[in-house]
Design a binder for this molecule. Sequence first.
Ligand SMILES: [Zn+2]
Length: 274
Amino acid sequence: MLGRAVDDASTGSDSDYSNSWISWFLSSKGNEYFCEVEEDYILDRFNLTGLNNEVSNYAQALDLITDNLDDDIQDELRGALDVQARLLYGLIHARWIVTARGLAKMLEKFKRVDFGRCPRVLCQSQPLLPVGLSDIPYEKSVKLYCGRCEDVYSPKSSRHGSIDGAYFGTSFPHLLFMVYPHLIPPKVGIVEPAPAPRANDADTNRRNKRIREDSEALETVGEPASTASVALKADRYRPRIYGFQLHEIAKLQRWQEAIRDRQVGRLEVLEDLS
Ligand SMILES: [Zn+2]
């Protein structure tokens, strides 16, 4: 918490920063997945092309989120405008988080594990990223993408579960991993161990060192790994009864692995050639 307060102090250059609509929106409960869209981005009309067709009372909604709305707007209109302002901010947000600066902001949130961790046991608490299953608003709520199992999950909290997925878009997590390939999680091993307890003993230092080494090792795994080597390493869950694999599933898995091994062999040949 302290870290975040310091961050705010260093980035909040405007004296009225804390009173802005955006900071109010970001601090509202349930909006934790959103990052701050920089005002410069919002004020550049080019970035908002087409959004006037998606949002009713567009001009006033825009004035509201940029704190330029006239004070003499009636309260009842203000309530309706708030709904439109959220929609507009969400749609701008989806565009912003796939820009270089937006990706960097979301990266900070990813590193803070603001989007939670993968519930799949074999993913070793891999941090998640928000993703939309549609880019059109009012179609699908936001889901969470795990870069390790490459699957999507519903948010645990219903507040997060009711956020529109179009406010994050279908491309965001994949673009983030494309821009920051060293963050692509490996298919095996522990990605980011639980934070070490705050103790000053040598044990902690040793552990921290190990964590650092682990993450350095991961960085070398993430980037240059060939498709073939990644495919070979994927952790799979094997259902067993009293230690024995289930007949049908074992048969299916043996078949899948035979196909996989054949494919990996072909990939290795291709990658050797290139
Ligand atoms: Zn996962």
